[in-house]
Write a protein that binds this ligand. Structure first.
Ligand code: GLA
Length: 393
């Protein structure tokens, strides 16, 4: 073999070997970052984010389009660590509360940007019954269970199954929760797919299957502050919620079982209203939540994907619209933020500097026979989608 042939031979062997490594590697490898080239396409790039306390590598994926929207997601908790969108002057700024290190995300925090499961929101006294068998969960929000338990889905490592750019950028995350993990029955295989499109929409598609009867209620716990300035509260944000009814709660934030009319209450957001307009009103529900921390019964139930809620910051012109096929949405106004958690570049997150719009089933559904069911049986597919659409006006 002459030297040229030898080189070519060597190179082809090398490429075969590397292809083989790729094929053999976990699906994750397939998912390795692709930078988009076409100017109108949406890119996704991967980099190492850090190592957990147990030494597991965590990756960060950056999804980016050409309209100034950029989203960072890490494989720890499927957390959205950063979300940047333009204001009315075209300036892209951070609008989601977050930290700047994995170390900080591993410390106790109120679910900043995280995926929530197996059951988002509260379950009364951490107990529920399926087919006559009672299950007990950790009462991590005494006396109730909250957001899937101490580790839930927000403090576990997800694997990236697929990461591709193109017309939209897609990151598909997977987590398998074991039978009886956090006290829930059934091995639950969960996929959450984040998709950033050209038009500044972020879709979150949740899918799950189980091998034993279980309960599922998945959601996303990002805190938004559309002003782009986290030293400001969200009290000037104008919120709309397409809901005639509320899920009122008792003193421990467990639904009373009724669904009450919002007319003439501080919970009527059918027309845009400042979050702060009535948040200090003398109202028993507001007192219990220490502000808004409630689930609304969305209108147009069973109509599939529809408009659910919006938040608008007049100063920046940023508008966030939320679309979902879920029956409810929880508006939480950062009532427990207390100036103890660090902002990315100095300072701390003060009271009400972020709001969450968590699409979901109503709290404590497993114990409320009149609420839509959250039971998932083997052979069934749990599938639900929420879209966060950003624009300016
Ligand atoms: C949810 C709950 C709130 C609170 C926050 C995080 O929104 O309903 O009560 O736990 O999460 O602190």
């Amino acid at each position: 073999m002459n030297i040229v042939k030898r080189c070519l031979y060597g190179m082809s062997i090398l490429s075969l070997v590397s292809m083989n490594i790729q094929c053999k590697g976990e699906k994750k490898e397939e998912a390795s970052a692709q930078e988009a080239t076409a100017t109108d396409s949406v890119s996704i790039a991967k980099k190492e984010y850090g190592k957990t306390e147990k030494g597991v590598q965590i990756d960060q994926y950056t999804l980016k389009n050409h309209n100034g929207m950029e989203v960072n997601i890490i494989t720890y908790g499927g957390i959205i660590t950063s979300l940047k969108v333009p204001n009315k002057a075209g300036k892209s700024e951070e609008v989601a509360i977050g930290f700047n290190s994995l170390e900080q995300y591993q410390k106790p925090n109120p679910y900043f940007g995280a995926l929530i499961g197996r059951y988002g929101n509260r379950i009364a006294k951490g107990k529920f019954t399926l087919d006559g068998k009672e299950y007990s969960l950790a009462t991590n929000n005494a006396p109730n269970a909250l957001h899937g338990g101490p580790e839930g889905f927000h403090r576990v490592v997800w694997t990236a199954e697929e990461a591709k750019g193109g017309d939209a950028a897609t990151l598909k995350l997977k987590y398998v929760a074991k039978d009886m993990e956090e006290g829930y029955p059934g091995n639950l295989t969960v996929f959450v797919t984040y998709t950033l499109s050209k038009d500044n929409s972020l879709d979150v598609l949740y899918e799950a299957t189980t091998d034993k009867k279980t309960i599922v209620n998945l959601t996303q716990h990002s805190y938004f502050n559309l002003s782009g300035d986290f030293t400001k509260t969200i009290l000037d944000h104008e919120v709309t919620i397409d809901a005639d009814k509320l899920v009122p709660v008792d003193a421990t934030l467990i639904p009373t079982g009724e669904l009450t009319d919002v007319t003439n209450t501080p919970f009527d957001f059918r027309k845009p209203k400042k979050v702060g307009a009535a948040i200090e009103a003398k109202d028993e529900q507001l007192k219990r939540g220490m502000g808004y921390d409630h689930c609304w019964v969305l209108n147009n139930q069973n109509k599939g994907d529809r408009f659910a809620a919006s938040a608008y910051d007049p100063a920046s012109g940023r508008l966030l619209e939320v679309y979902t096929d879920q029956p409810g949405i929880q508006l939480y106004t950062g009532n427990f933020l207390d100036g103890t958690l660090p902002m990315r570049n100095g300072g701390t997150y003060a009271h009400r500097t972020g709001l969450c719009l968590e699409t979901q089933h109503y709290p404590d559904s497993p114990n409320q026979k009149d609420f839509p069911t959250t039971v998932l049986n083997p052979g069934e597919n749990y599938k639900t989608k929420t879209t966060f659409k950003f624009s300016v006006k």
